[in-house]
Design a protein around this ligand. Sequence first.
Ligand code: ATP
Length: 338
Amino acid sequence: MSSSSPLEIAEFHGDGISNELSKAVHAVADALPIDVNFHDVDMTLERRRIDAEGSYSDAEAAMNKYRVAMKYPTVTEDVSPNKVLRERFDFSVIHRPVATIPGVETRIRGTVDLHVVRIATGGTYDDPGRLIGKDAAISIRLIERRPSYQASMFAFRLAEKIGSDVTSASKRTIQKHTDGLFEEVAAEVAQQFPNVKHQSELFDALLAKLIMNPEGYNVIVTPNEYGDFLSDAACGMIGSIGLGASASYSFDNDGNIVLAMFDPAGGTAPDIAGQGLCNPSAALWAFSMLLKHVGQSKLGDKLNAAVRDTISSGNRTGDLGGSLNTEQFTEAVIAKME
Ligand code: ATP
Protein backbone atom coordinates (compact mmCIF):
# COMPACT_ATOMS: atom_id res chain seq x y z
CA MET A 1 0.00 0.00 0.00
CA SER A 2 1.07 3.58 -0.44
CA SER A 3 2.76 5.91 1.99
CA SER A 4 0.44 8.87 1.16
CA SER A 5 -2.37 9.63 3.57
CA PRO A 6 -5.21 7.13 3.42
CA LEU A 7 -8.53 7.82 1.78
CA GLU A 8 -11.16 8.22 4.52
CA ILE A 9 -14.72 7.34 3.51
CA ALA A 10 -17.98 7.33 5.45
CA GLU A 11 -19.93 4.16 4.69
CA PHE A 12 -23.70 4.07 5.16
CA HIS A 13 -24.89 0.49 5.61
CA GLY A 14 -28.47 -0.37 4.76
CA ASP A 15 -30.69 -3.38 4.20
CA GLY A 16 -31.08 -6.47 2.01
CA ILE A 17 -28.03 -6.86 -0.21
CA SER A 18 -26.26 -3.89 1.43
CA ASN A 19 -23.70 -6.05 3.28
CA GLU A 20 -22.85 -8.07 0.18
CA LEU A 21 -22.35 -4.89 -1.86
CA SER A 22 -20.17 -3.42 0.87
CA LYS A 23 -18.04 -6.59 0.97
CA ALA A 24 -17.46 -6.34 -2.78
CA VAL A 25 -16.42 -2.67 -2.46
CA HIS A 26 -14.05 -3.53 0.39
CA ALA A 27 -12.48 -6.38 -1.60
CA VAL A 28 -11.77 -3.98 -4.47
CA ALA A 29 -10.51 -1.28 -2.08
CA ASP A 30 -8.13 -3.82 -0.50
CA ALA A 31 -6.69 -4.56 -3.93
CA LEU A 32 -5.99 -0.89 -4.74
CA PRO A 33 -2.48 0.56 -4.44
CA ILE A 34 -3.79 3.15 -1.96
CA ASP A 35 -4.97 2.82 1.64
CA VAL A 36 -8.69 3.21 2.13
CA ASN A 37 -10.38 3.48 5.54
CA PHE A 38 -14.14 3.02 5.76
CA HIS A 39 -16.08 4.54 8.68
CA ASP A 40 -19.28 2.58 9.31
CA VAL A 41 -22.66 4.12 9.95
CA ASP A 42 -25.52 1.77 10.76
CA MET A 43 -28.52 2.84 8.71
CA THR A 44 -30.28 -0.52 8.75
CA LEU A 45 -34.03 -0.60 9.24
CA GLU A 46 -33.45 -2.47 12.51
CA ARG A 47 -31.55 0.52 13.89
CA ARG A 48 -33.77 3.17 12.34
CA ARG A 49 -36.84 1.53 13.93
CA ILE A 50 -35.44 2.09 17.40
CA ASP A 51 -33.11 5.06 16.88
CA ALA A 52 -33.75 6.80 13.57
CA GLU A 53 -32.44 10.15 14.80
CA GLY A 54 -29.23 8.51 16.10
CA SER A 55 -28.69 6.83 12.74
CA TYR A 56 -29.17 10.06 10.77
CA SER A 57 -27.03 12.15 13.10
CA ASP A 58 -24.24 9.53 12.93
CA ALA A 59 -24.45 9.79 9.14
CA GLU A 60 -24.33 13.57 9.37
CA ALA A 61 -21.31 13.56 11.70
CA ALA A 62 -19.40 11.09 9.48
CA MET A 63 -20.26 13.02 6.34
CA ASN A 64 -19.18 16.34 7.80
CA LYS A 65 -15.93 14.75 8.92
CA TYR A 66 -14.98 12.80 5.77
CA ARG A 67 -16.88 14.75 3.06
CA VAL A 68 -17.33 11.63 0.91
CA ALA A 69 -19.56 8.63 1.49
CA MET A 70 -20.59 5.32 -0.03
CA LYS A 71 -24.23 4.48 0.61
CA TYR A 72 -25.95 1.16 0.05
CA PRO A 73 -29.68 0.47 -0.45
CA THR A 74 -32.03 1.16 2.46
CA VAL A 75 -35.64 0.09 2.97
CA THR A 76 -38.15 2.91 3.08
CA GLU A 77 -40.71 2.17 5.78
CA ASP A 78 -42.33 5.47 6.81
CA VAL A 79 -39.57 7.84 5.87
CA SER A 80 -37.19 7.60 2.93
CA PRO A 81 -33.60 7.65 4.26
CA ASN A 82 -32.51 9.02 0.89
CA LYS A 83 -34.83 12.00 1.34
CA VAL A 84 -33.56 12.60 4.88
CA LEU A 85 -29.93 12.48 3.77
CA ARG A 86 -30.64 14.74 0.79
CA GLU A 87 -32.17 17.35 3.08
CA ARG A 88 -29.52 17.12 5.81
CA PHE A 89 -26.62 17.23 3.37
CA ASP A 90 -28.26 19.86 1.17
CA PHE A 91 -27.73 17.76 -1.94
CA SER A 92 -28.81 19.77 -4.95
CA VAL A 93 -27.42 17.83 -7.91
CA ILE A 94 -27.56 14.14 -8.88
CA HIS A 95 -25.24 12.71 -11.54
CA ARG A 96 -26.09 9.39 -13.22
CA PRO A 97 -23.69 8.13 -15.90
CA VAL A 98 -25.27 5.53 -18.20
CA ALA A 99 -23.17 3.79 -20.85
CA THR A 100 -23.61 0.82 -23.16
CA ILE A 101 -22.08 -2.39 -21.79
CA PRO A 102 -20.71 -4.25 -24.80
CA GLY A 103 -22.20 -7.74 -24.97
CA VAL A 104 -25.30 -6.98 -22.91
CA GLU A 105 -28.36 -7.37 -25.12
CA THR A 106 -30.41 -4.24 -25.73
CA ARG A 107 -33.42 -3.29 -27.87
CA ILE A 108 -31.73 -0.10 -29.04
CA ARG A 109 -29.22 0.14 -31.86
CA GLY A 110 -26.17 2.34 -31.34
CA THR A 111 -24.01 3.27 -28.38
CA VAL A 112 -25.25 5.11 -25.32
CA ASP A 113 -22.73 7.20 -23.39
CA LEU A 114 -24.77 9.61 -21.32
CA HIS A 115 -24.30 11.70 -18.22
CA VAL A 116 -27.67 12.64 -16.79
CA VAL A 117 -27.22 15.65 -14.50
CA ARG A 118 -30.37 16.55 -12.65
CA ILE A 119 -31.47 19.08 -10.09
CA ALA A 120 -32.03 16.98 -6.95
CA THR A 121 -34.77 19.16 -5.49
CA GLY A 122 -38.04 20.78 -6.49
CA GLY A 123 -39.75 20.15 -9.76
CA THR A 124 -42.98 18.35 -8.92
CA TYR A 125 -41.38 16.22 -6.20
CA ASP A 126 -41.33 18.49 -3.16
CA ASP A 127 -45.07 19.05 -3.00
CA PRO A 128 -47.33 16.00 -2.61
CA GLY A 129 -50.25 18.27 -3.49
CA ARG A 130 -53.65 18.70 -1.88
CA LEU A 131 -57.24 17.98 -2.70
CA ILE A 132 -59.52 20.79 -3.84
CA GLY A 133 -62.94 19.45 -3.00
CA LYS A 134 -63.45 15.75 -3.74
CA ASP A 135 -62.49 15.43 -7.36
CA ALA A 136 -59.59 17.76 -7.97
CA ALA A 137 -56.09 18.12 -6.66
CA ILE A 138 -53.22 20.51 -7.18
CA SER A 139 -49.53 20.57 -6.50
CA ILE A 140 -46.91 23.25 -6.92
CA ARG A 141 -43.94 22.83 -9.23
CA LEU A 142 -40.81 24.55 -8.00
CA ILE A 143 -37.77 25.66 -10.00
CA GLU A 144 -35.06 27.60 -8.14
CA ARG A 145 -32.14 29.61 -9.47
CA ARG A 146 -29.49 28.23 -7.07
CA PRO A 147 -29.83 24.48 -7.81
CA SER A 148 -30.37 25.28 -11.50
CA TYR A 149 -27.04 27.12 -11.42
CA GLN A 150 -25.30 24.31 -9.53
CA ALA A 151 -26.60 21.61 -11.86
CA SER A 152 -25.65 23.67 -14.92
CA MET A 153 -22.16 24.42 -13.54
CA PHE A 154 -21.65 20.72 -12.79
CA ALA A 155 -22.81 19.76 -16.30
CA PHE A 156 -20.60 22.30 -18.08
CA ARG A 157 -17.53 21.51 -15.97
CA LEU A 158 -18.04 17.80 -16.68
CA ALA A 159 -18.52 18.46 -20.40
CA GLU A 160 -15.38 20.59 -20.49
CA LYS A 161 -13.42 17.81 -18.81
CA ILE A 162 -14.62 15.02 -21.11
CA GLY A 163 -14.74 17.18 -24.26
CA SER A 164 -18.45 16.94 -24.96
CA ASP A 165 -21.33 19.35 -25.44
CA VAL A 166 -24.22 20.05 -23.05
CA THR A 167 -27.90 19.64 -23.77
CA SER A 168 -30.33 21.33 -21.39
CA ALA A 169 -33.78 19.77 -21.60
CA SER A 170 -37.11 20.96 -20.27
CA LYS A 171 -40.58 22.07 -21.42
CA ARG A 172 -39.68 25.73 -21.68
CA THR A 173 -42.37 26.47 -24.27
CA ILE A 174 -45.15 25.26 -21.97
CA GLN A 175 -43.75 25.96 -18.48
CA LYS A 176 -42.58 29.37 -19.57
CA HIS A 177 -41.75 30.77 -16.13
CA THR A 178 -40.45 27.69 -14.33
CA ASP A 179 -38.56 25.88 -17.10
CA GLY A 180 -37.89 29.29 -18.60
CA LEU A 181 -35.95 30.17 -15.45
CA PHE A 182 -34.03 26.88 -15.58
CA GLU A 183 -33.10 27.45 -19.25
CA GLU A 184 -32.17 31.07 -18.57
CA VAL A 185 -29.72 29.94 -15.87
CA ALA A 186 -28.31 27.17 -18.09
CA ALA A 187 -27.73 29.72 -20.88
CA GLU A 188 -26.02 32.12 -18.43
CA VAL A 189 -23.69 29.35 -17.25
CA ALA A 190 -23.00 28.38 -20.88
CA GLN A 191 -21.55 31.87 -21.41
CA GLN A 192 -18.77 30.98 -18.95
CA PHE A 193 -17.80 27.98 -21.09
CA PRO A 194 -17.17 29.31 -24.60
CA ASN A 195 -15.49 26.02 -25.59
CA VAL A 196 -18.49 23.89 -24.68
CA LYS A 197 -21.35 23.83 -27.17
CA HIS A 198 -24.77 24.29 -25.57
CA GLN A 199 -28.07 23.25 -27.08
CA SER A 200 -31.52 23.29 -25.58
CA GLU A 201 -34.12 20.61 -26.37
CA LEU A 202 -37.74 20.14 -25.46
CA PHE A 203 -37.79 17.13 -23.17
CA ASP A 204 -40.33 15.10 -25.17
CA ALA A 205 -38.42 15.64 -28.42
CA LEU A 206 -35.19 14.77 -26.65
CA LEU A 207 -36.52 11.33 -25.66
CA ALA A 208 -37.42 10.53 -29.27
CA LYS A 209 -34.12 11.83 -30.65
CA LEU A 210 -32.14 9.98 -28.02
CA ILE A 211 -33.73 6.68 -28.94
CA MET A 212 -33.19 7.32 -32.67
CA ASN A 213 -29.66 8.71 -32.30
CA PRO A 214 -28.09 7.83 -28.93
CA GLU A 215 -24.64 8.93 -30.12
CA GLY A 216 -25.92 12.50 -30.48
CA TYR A 217 -25.98 13.17 -26.74
CA ASN A 218 -23.46 13.11 -23.89
CA VAL A 219 -24.15 15.48 -20.99
CA ILE A 220 -27.80 16.32 -20.39
CA VAL A 221 -28.92 18.69 -17.63
CA THR A 222 -32.57 18.80 -16.55
CA PRO A 223 -34.97 19.69 -13.73
CA ASN A 224 -35.64 17.05 -11.08
CA GLU A 225 -38.45 14.90 -12.44
CA TYR A 226 -37.24 14.91 -16.06
CA GLY A 227 -33.83 13.75 -14.90
CA ASP A 228 -35.49 10.99 -12.91
CA PHE A 229 -37.45 9.79 -15.97
CA LEU A 230 -34.44 10.11 -18.23
CA SER A 231 -32.10 8.15 -15.94
CA ASP A 232 -34.41 5.14 -15.92
CA ALA A 233 -35.15 5.43 -19.65
CA ALA A 234 -31.41 5.52 -20.38
CA CYS A 235 -30.86 2.44 -18.19
CA GLY A 236 -33.57 0.69 -20.19
CA MET A 237 -31.74 1.66 -23.38
CA ILE A 238 -28.59 -0.15 -22.21
CA GLY A 239 -30.65 -3.17 -21.11
CA SER A 240 -29.69 -2.98 -17.48
CA ILE A 241 -32.26 -1.15 -15.39
CA GLY A 242 -31.07 -1.14 -11.79
CA LEU A 243 -27.40 -1.39 -12.75
CA GLY A 244 -26.71 2.33 -12.62
CA ALA A 245 -24.55 4.22 -10.16
CA SER A 246 -25.48 7.59 -8.79
CA ALA A 247 -23.67 10.52 -7.18
CA SER A 248 -25.28 13.26 -5.08
CA TYR A 249 -23.52 16.57 -4.43
CA SER A 250 -23.85 19.68 -2.31
CA PHE A 251 -22.09 22.94 -3.20
CA ASP A 252 -20.76 26.15 -1.71
CA ASN A 253 -21.72 29.57 -3.04
CA ASP A 254 -18.94 29.45 -5.64
CA GLY A 255 -20.27 26.22 -7.10
CA ASN A 256 -17.54 24.03 -5.58
CA ILE A 257 -18.53 20.57 -4.32
CA VAL A 258 -18.70 20.36 -0.51
CA LEU A 259 -20.19 16.90 0.16
CA ALA A 260 -20.46 13.90 -2.15
CA MET A 261 -22.30 10.63 -1.70
CA PHE A 262 -22.09 7.67 -4.09
CA ASP A 263 -24.56 4.82 -4.27
CA PRO A 264 -25.86 2.02 -6.46
CA ALA A 265 -29.20 3.24 -7.76
CA GLY A 266 -30.96 -0.13 -7.33
CA GLY A 267 -33.00 -1.37 -4.38
CA THR A 268 -32.43 -3.77 -1.50
CA ALA A 269 -33.35 -6.92 -3.51
CA PRO A 270 -34.85 -8.75 -0.50
CA ASP A 271 -35.60 -11.83 -2.62
CA ILE A 272 -31.91 -12.64 -3.07
CA ALA A 273 -30.39 -10.92 -0.02
CA GLY A 274 -27.95 -12.92 2.09
CA GLN A 275 -27.38 -15.56 -0.61
CA GLY A 276 -24.24 -14.03 -2.09
CA LEU A 277 -25.90 -13.80 -5.50
CA CYS A 278 -26.34 -10.07 -6.09
CA ASN A 279 -24.63 -8.15 -8.83
CA PRO A 280 -22.19 -5.66 -7.25
CA SER A 281 -21.52 -3.78 -10.53
CA ALA A 282 -23.49 -0.64 -9.63
CA ALA A 283 -21.84 -0.44 -6.20
CA LEU A 284 -18.40 -0.85 -7.80
CA TRP A 285 -19.22 1.81 -10.40
CA ALA A 286 -20.35 4.09 -7.56
CA PHE A 287 -17.01 3.44 -5.86
CA SER A 288 -15.20 4.24 -9.12
CA MET A 289 -17.04 7.59 -9.24
CA LEU A 290 -15.93 8.24 -5.66
CA LEU A 291 -12.31 7.49 -6.58
CA LYS A 292 -12.49 9.97 -9.46
CA HIS A 293 -14.09 12.58 -7.22
CA VAL A 294 -11.25 12.38 -4.68
CA GLY A 295 -8.63 12.80 -7.40
CA GLN A 296 -7.84 9.12 -8.03
CA SER A 297 -9.00 9.40 -11.63
CA LYS A 298 -6.78 6.69 -13.04
CA LEU A 299 -7.91 4.16 -10.45
CA GLY A 300 -11.54 5.21 -10.92
CA ASP A 301 -11.33 4.79 -14.70
CA LYS A 302 -9.56 1.48 -14.29
CA LEU A 303 -12.23 0.12 -11.96
CA ASN A 304 -15.02 1.40 -14.20
CA ALA A 305 -13.47 -0.32 -17.22
CA ALA A 306 -12.71 -3.51 -15.28
CA VAL A 307 -16.38 -3.93 -14.27
CA ARG A 308 -17.52 -3.26 -17.84
CA ASP A 309 -14.93 -5.61 -19.36
CA THR A 310 -15.73 -8.35 -16.87
CA ILE A 311 -19.40 -8.26 -17.83
CA SER A 312 -18.55 -7.98 -21.54
CA SER A 313 -16.26 -10.99 -21.42
CA GLY A 314 -19.20 -13.10 -20.22
CA ASN A 315 -18.28 -13.31 -16.53
CA ARG A 316 -21.65 -12.41 -15.08
CA THR A 317 -23.93 -12.78 -12.10
CA GLY A 318 -27.32 -14.49 -12.40
CA ASP A 319 -29.34 -11.33 -13.12
CA LEU A 320 -27.36 -10.95 -16.37
CA GLY A 321 -27.68 -14.64 -17.26
CA GLY A 322 -24.34 -15.70 -15.79
CA SER A 323 -23.42 -18.22 -13.13
CA LEU A 324 -20.97 -16.28 -10.92
CA ASN A 325 -21.84 -15.37 -7.38
CA THR A 326 -21.06 -11.92 -5.93
CA GLU A 327 -17.65 -12.93 -4.65
CA GLN A 328 -16.58 -14.67 -7.84
CA PHE A 329 -17.66 -11.71 -9.94
CA THR A 330 -15.77 -9.32 -7.66
CA GLU A 331 -12.66 -11.50 -7.92
CA ALA A 332 -12.95 -11.40 -11.72
CA VAL A 333 -13.12 -7.58 -11.60
CA ILE A 334 -10.05 -7.43 -9.36
CA ALA A 335 -8.19 -9.79 -11.71
CA LYS A 336 -9.08 -7.52 -14.67
CA MET A 337 -7.74 -4.48 -12.78
CA GLU A 338 -4.43 -6.22 -12.21
P1 ATP B 1 -36.71 -2.05 -2.76
O1 ATP B 1 -38.01 -1.99 -2.03
O2 ATP B 1 -35.54 -1.89 -1.88
O3 ATP B 1 -36.66 -1.15 -3.97
P2 ATP B 1 -37.36 -4.22 -4.56
O4 ATP B 1 -37.18 -5.71 -4.53
O5 ATP B 1 -38.74 -3.71 -4.66
O6 ATP B 1 -36.59 -3.57 -3.31
P3 ATP B 1 -35.16 -3.96 -6.23
O7 ATP B 1 -34.29 -4.13 -5.05
O8 ATP B 1 -34.78 -2.94 -7.24
O9 ATP B 1 -36.61 -3.64 -5.80
O10 ATP B 1 -35.28 -5.36 -6.94
C1 ATP B 1 -36.03 -5.62 -8.13
C2 ATP B 1 -35.57 -6.94 -8.71
O11 ATP B 1 -34.24 -6.78 -9.20
C3 ATP B 1 -35.50 -8.07 -7.67
O12 ATP B 1 -35.90 -9.31 -8.28
C4 ATP B 1 -34.06 -8.12 -7.28
O13 ATP B 1 -33.62 -9.40 -6.88
C5 ATP B 1 -33.35 -7.67 -8.54
N1 ATP B 1 -32.11 -6.95 -8.19
C6 ATP B 1 -32.01 -5.69 -7.66
N2 ATP B 1 -30.74 -5.36 -7.43
C7 ATP B 1 -30.00 -6.41 -7.82
C8 ATP B 1 -28.61 -6.69 -7.83
N3 ATP B 1 -27.70 -5.81 -7.40
N4 ATP B 1 -28.21 -7.88 -8.30
C9 ATP B 1 -29.09 -8.79 -8.77
N5 ATP B 1 -30.41 -8.59 -8.78
C10 ATP B 1 -30.87 -7.43 -8.32
